[in-house]
Design a protein. Structure first.
Length: 94
């Protein structure tokens, strides 16, 4: 694998079960049985990840467009969300 290539993220389909309820993602870890609830922006990011494999930069562009903010402004927040989801093994990266 090319180390210079951007890391790509996707939902860990074997490690997370989820539903969108009232506009918010509700996720259960298959590994720990812990329950997670995401706010509207987190849910938007989750839906992007569930729809395909994306880089953090691609996700930030989608979030920026949706909320009419500069991509560099939302990039840090996107990285935080991805880091938290990855730490809980709810998403995969490579």
């Amino acid at each position: 694998m090319d180390d210079s290539a951007p890391r790509r993220y996707s939902v860990n389909r074997d490690g997370a079960y989820w539903r969108i309820l009232d506009g918010e993602a509700v996720i259960i870890s298959a590994e720990t049985s812990h329950y997670y609830s995401l706010n509207l922006t987190g849910t938007f990011i989750w839906e992007l990840l569930a729809g395909g494999v994306l880089t953090a930069e691609e996700i930030a562009l989608h979030v920026a467009e949706r909320y009419m903010r500069p991509a560099d402004e939302v990039s840090v927040d996107v990285q935080q969300v991805l880091g938290q989801l990855a730490a809980e093994n709810l998403i995969t990266s490579g």
